[in-house]
Write a protein that binds this ligand. Structure first.
Ligand SMILES: Nc1ncnc2c1ncn2[C@@H]1O[C@H](COP(=O)(O)OP(=O)(O)OP(=O)(O)O)[C@@H](O)[C@H]1O
Length: 268
């Protein structure tokens, strides 16, 4: 069933990804509206990263169609998807360790923008401005000349987000942005994503297991299991969904989630 509306920015239509006999994503359909923050959850191996891989062109869908800004992007490779307005981060560090923070962000801002392998000695002013704004939003300005290899885990995650932002995306895909961070760092990242929302005209899709992060930021959530969508709706409905509790949350997490959603509603 198509539920596309006028403000649909990205649409996945019955997409499938098979790796040999394994079906990692199984006829998944999804619409993302301009301006929303959509969370994607689900157990390990559910197909969440594979979904991001297909949208960002890192891997090609076996079947189905991905439409972005009314254009079929199903077969676009990453260097062509990026200038269209799609950017992503990865679960693990994806920076050039021997380059500085600023050089990493400049490389990203330039990615896919010109038909030459190496930029001129001087980047165009628009590239420099995008890099500067991305460093400012992510709080990395003071670390701009540090080598990426010397950064803390939190700073590396901030750098991946800065690199993605510098491409000036319409849709930003964040793959486990707080995985491995402590509570204070998770709170700092929530503040940063809020800042991204306020300062950049961007729609965000994020994969995360940390429920308080999802509760704080997401307008809507999709839960995947064995490559399929088993839940789509508000976070407040998750703890009452029997299948989600059974295959993903468990009773304890469902209770904590209910409490967190109530606290969030009180503060809203
Ligand atoms: N390149 C690949 N070749 C073969 N199988 C793959 C490949 N990439 C992913 N898979 C398999 O596809 C399934 C879905 O993997 P995926 O990484 O998308 O899950 P996930 O929901 O992101 O899991 P996690 O929460 O652990 O990151 C898994 O069984 C995984 O082993």
């Amino acid at each position: 069933m198509r539920t596309e509306t006028d403000d649909t920015l990205l649409s996945c239509e019955n997409i499938v990804k098979r790796y040999g006999a394994l079906t990692a994503v199984d006829r998944l359909s999804l619409q993302v509206r301009a301006g929303e923050v959509l969370g994607i959850g689900g157990p390990n191996g559910a197909g969440k990263t594979t979904l991001f891989d297909m949208i960002s062109g890192v891997t090609k869908a076996t079947e189905g169609r991905i439409v972005f800004k009314s254009r079929d992007i199903t077969r676009l490779p990453p260097h062509k998807a990026s200038p269209q307005g799609l950017a992503r981060t990865f679960q693990l560090n994806a920076a050039f360790d021997s380059l500085s923070v600023e050089e990493n962000v400049l490389c990203s801002a330039y990615f896919g923008r010109a038909n030459i392998l190496f930029p001129q000695l001087r980047y165009p002013p628009a590239t420099r401005e995008a890099a500067r704004a991305a460093l400012s939003t992510t709080g990395l300005e003071a670390a701009h000349d540090r080598k990426a290899g010397s950064l803390t885990v939190l700073q590396r995650k901030q750098l991946m987000i800065a690199c993605a932002l510098a491409t000036r995306p319409s849709v930003l895909l964040l793959d486990e942005p707080v995985g491995g961070l402590n509570v204070a760092e998770i709170d700092q990242t929530i503040e940063m994503i809020d800042k991204v929302r306020n300062e950049w005209p961007v729609t965000i899709i994020l994969i995360e297991h940390v429920m308080r992060f999802l509760v704080a930021l997401c307008d809507r959530i999709v839960i995947m299991h064995h490559g399929r969508k088993i839940y789509e709706g508000p976070i407040s409905g998750l703890a009452g969904d029997r299948q989600v509790v059974e295959v993903y949350l468990g009773e304890g997490a469902a209770r904590r989630l209910r409490d967190a959603a109530e606290r969030q509603a009180c503060h809203a």
